[in-house]
Design a protein around this ligand. Structure first.
Ligand SMILES: C=C(O[C@@H]1C=C(C(=O)O)C=C[C@H]1O)C(=O)O
Length: 287
């Protein structure tokens, strides 16, 4: 029987509040982390290469009958997210008939862009999927979608583009929060590893809480790794939410309905959360 849990961690800065203070030592070799871009982790969870971890919220919906979400964890934003950008050679309203290059690292944001352009703006565009290298994406395309640190660094470099934040557009058109990622576990893993899984979940919640109380160490670390200036990272982390409460569920389930209307999902889904005593008490305490 497998002794340890394989846990996915997205390679981007956006998830760090939930991993930065994760106390790995206390698990004494019973867990290992697999670090990858979202599209790879989506696949790894679906085919059993990892047992749980943070994945695209769109991918959760595609496998909703096989997964449960870990309570009170997500990557969300109400308005500007700061790391999901459409870089466009023309104003967004003038993109009818355009060709858009999509990063091959995402699932949620590529479908969010389709909803925004088709449902909210009434535009018809064609898409190609590419490696997340802006200059190459824009060689033959009118616009390009990047996510995560690729998006942050491309925006910092600047360029003669219109830059649209997808969290901001979603909020402007719907009034809702947008949830880009969830922590999900395959249901069969719960039966085999319930106690360990509960400990891991609590360690994630504890890391999130510790970061919330003091952002300074995380901001110093990220600025040391990526540059950009501390103010950029304070603003970035202040704009992100890592909870999953009623407002997040409402926004996400509306996104799933929009996706189903465009045929991007076979049907709308609701998010099922793994309930266990530890998570209940945590949520009650911090509400
Ligand atoms: C906020 C972000 O959220 C994410 C976007 C994802 C997606 O588009 O599939 C998946 C996970 C998160 O990394 C980001 O990548 O910048």
């Amino acid at each position: 029987m497998q002794k340890s849990l394989r846990i996915g961690q997205i390679l981007y800065t956006n998830v760090l509040p939930v991993y930065f203070h994760f106390d790995k030592e206390r698990f004494n070799g019973r867990i290992e982390f697999v670090r990858q871009v979202p599209a790879k982790l989506n696949q790894a969870l679906a085919c059993g290469e990892i047992d749980l971890g943070v994945i695209s919220s769109f991918s959760y919906a595609e496998h909703a009958s096989r997964y449960l979400a870990l309570a009170d964890l997500s990557v969300s934003a109400k308005g500007r997210v700061g790391s999901i950008f459409l870089f466009s050679k023309r104003p967004i309203e003038a993109l009818d008939g355009a060709r858009i290059a999509l990063t091959n690292t995402s699932a949620t944001s590529v479908n969010l862009l389709k909803i925004i352009l088709q449902t909210f703006y009434g535009l018809h565009v064609t898409y190609v999927t590419q490696e997340p290298v802006l200059a190459e994406m824009l060689r033959d395309a009118d616009g390009a979608l990047l996510i995560g640190d690729d998006a942050i660094l491309a925006k910092l470099q600047g360029g003669p583009y219109h830059v649209y934040d997808l969290g901001e557009l979603w909020h402007r058109f719907t009034g809702y929060t947008m949830t880009f990622a969830l922590w999900a576990v395959r249901k069969e893993v719960i039966g085999e590893h319930a106690d360990l899984l509960r400990e891991v979940h609590e360690a994630f919640l504890a890391s999130k809480e510790k970061t919330r109380q003091n952002l300074i160490p995380l901001v110093d670390y990220v600025n040391g790794q990526l540059g950009g200036g501390k103010e950029l990272w304070y603003q970035y982390f202040r704009g992100l939410m890592h909870d999953f409460r009623d407002e997040h569920r409402t926004g996400l389930e509306y996104y799933y309905r929009c996706a189903a209307e465009l045929g991007l999902l076979p049907a709308p889904v609701t998010v099922s959360v793994w309930e266990h005593p530890g998570c209940q008490s945590h949520i009650t305490l911090t509400k």
